[in-house]
Design a protein around this ligand. Structure first.
Ligand SMILES: [Ca+2]
Length: 498
């Protein structure tokens, strides 16, 4: 198989057969915020074009919040095995993953105001935008999604085509920003969504439209540079959507239950797709389970690497399973175990257990909007930047196939399944997420043997967990001591001698 792909690539005149890899990571995007999951409310034609011509990752799982998910992606380990439950950033070592990239442009902390690039967090407020180590204050006032688009296109254009490219486009969208205005996008874009009555959701639509456009422009640039035919593209969220005002944001995980930072499917089942001409069976909905920890060995393998170099990781190489639609070795998932927050949740095969929950159970419901009213404009998909680029290399499927994929990727809650009481702070809850992805029917009382098996599995996993290395905010981190810039204050040892 390798030989065949080498011959094909040599025919294309490239010296290196290894594929380019581009990862688009959205922040806080909800399950129902992509058109290919059935919402008509906010068009995402560029993302949708990739989904239909690649594969929809229908059972892709992430950690419930940002930092654990990102550490899982980079290390191939569950957050319980790295201790990265929340963000810690104080000295250069924390940045080493970024700095092993050839270039870096972006933020160091967790979120940003999309225009002024300041961050207000835990009582601290400061500027946070860097080009490598340098403070990139020359970009002040520019819309952050546009900055990432321009930078990605620049890197692709300049790229030496005899070498494979790894490009990580970690978007600030869709995370909310600062209290002065939590959700920000250009007025002209927001104005296109006058039909959305909820102001925050209307602004969210503006941010999402810019995100979708960015992805399209980067895909177009890959095609223009002749790289697309040998590229693997992943688009995913880092955690479930903050819906209904959670985190002052307006995502939708409909019809899934819960929000970001809960272990319900809405918090951990992530909108995602995998796209590549290297996929042997594209244009379908992949039902194989996948966790964000799996990307490290999966992509390493796809790039021709030997995954036996990875020791003690949780990630499983799923490349063949995804490419050829084969059964995957990934059957079980650890969503999180956090003794500090007092909850744990895992999936074993079709079963999922919740022991405890977050926010005293206040975010354990179903939230909209459904986005099911209105019409899906499939022409937008074919005429988008992505759609056009993919058509040019002959890989867009027919409209009938596209609509079939969308139908199959649209989760419908089965209303005939009764909603039975679940009080995870009182007693564990058990769901069959294959037949009941909306987590309606708590089967804990009905299936005591399975519940027991799940609880002992959870306990087994818990014994391997490291304590969280979360730290109290260090007053020295306050940007007011550092020219109002968030910085690697831990490197300045003399100031740590209190
Ligand atoms: Ca996030």
């Amino acid at each position: 198989m390798l030989l065949v792909s080498c011959v094909l690539v040599l025919c294309a005149g490239l010296a290196d057969a290894r594929p380019n890899i581009v990862y688009f990571l959205a922040d806080d995007l909800g399950w129902n915020d992509v058109g290919f999951h059935g919402s008509n409310q906010i068009p995402t034609p560029n993302i949708d074009a990739l989904a239909y011509s690649g594969i929809v990752l229908q059972n892709f799982y992430v950690a419930p919040v940002c930092t654990p998910s990102r550490s899982a992606l980079m290390t191939g380990k569950y957050p319980i095995h790295t201790g990265e439950f929340f963000m810690t950033l104080s000295w250069t070592d924390d940045l080493i993953l970024y700095l092993r990239f050839d270039t870096h442009l972006g933020i160091w902390a967790g979120k940003i105001d999309m225009y002024d690039h300041t961050n207000m967090e835990t009582g601290f407020w400061g500027f946070d935008f860097r080009r490598g180590y340098e403070v990139a204050d020359d970009l002040f006032g520019q819309y952050v999604t546009d900055i990432y688009t321009k930078e990605a296109v620049k890197l692709i254009t300049r790229h030496n085509k005899s070498e494979p490219l790894f490009l990580m486009v970690s978007h600030s969208a869709m995370h909310s920003g600062n209290p002065s205005e939590f959700i920000r996008a250009p007025d002209a874009v927001i104005d296109k969504f006058k039909y959305i009555n909820d102001t925050q959701r209307r602004k969210y639509a503006g941010v999402l439209t810019k995100l979708d456009e960015s992805i399209g422009k980067v895909v177009e640039s890959l095609q223009k540079q002749g790289l697309l035919n040998n590229t693997i593209i992943i688009f995913s969220t880092d955690n479930g959507g903050p819906a209904a005002g959670f985190n002052d944001n307006a995502a939708s995980n409909y019809p899934l239950k819960g929000v970001k930072n809960t272990a319900w499917e809405g918090g951990i089942r992530g909108a995602a797709l995998l796209w590549s001409p290297l996929l042997k069976m594209p244009s379908r909905v992949a039902t194989q389970k996948l966790h964000i920890v799996d990307w490290l060995p999966t992509l390493y393998r796809a790039a021709g690497g030997d995954t036996s170099v990875f020791e003690n990781i949780d990630g499983i190489d799923t490349w063949e399973a995804l490419s050829e639609d084969l059964p995957s070795r990934r059957t079980d998932l650890v969503h999180n175990i956090d003794d500090q927050l007092g909850y744990g949740s895992i999936t074993v095969g079709e079963w999922k257990v919740h022991k405890g929950t977050t926010y005293k159970g206040n975010w354990d419901k179903w939230y909209g909007p459904s986005g099911r009213v209105g019409k899906y404009d499939i022409e937008l998909v074919y005429n988008s930047y992505s759609g056009n680029a993919i058509r040019k290399i002959g890989r867009m499927p027919s409209k009938n196939i596209t609509l079939d994929i969308r139908e199959a990727a649209t989760i419908k809650c089965d209303d005939s399944i009764p909603i039975t009481a679940c009080k995870p702070l009182v007693a564990p809850c058990l769901y069959n997420v294959d037949t009941d992805p909306c987590e309606r029917n708590n089967l804990a009382n009905e299936k005591p043997d399975i519940l027991q098996m799940m609880l002992s599995e959870l306990e087994k996993v818990n014994q391997t967990a490291l304590p969280p290395n979360s730290k109290e905010p260090d007053p020295l981190a306050n940007p007011k001591y550092w020219g109002r810039v968030f910085t690697n204050f831990g490197d300045y040892e003399h100031l740590n001698e209190k």
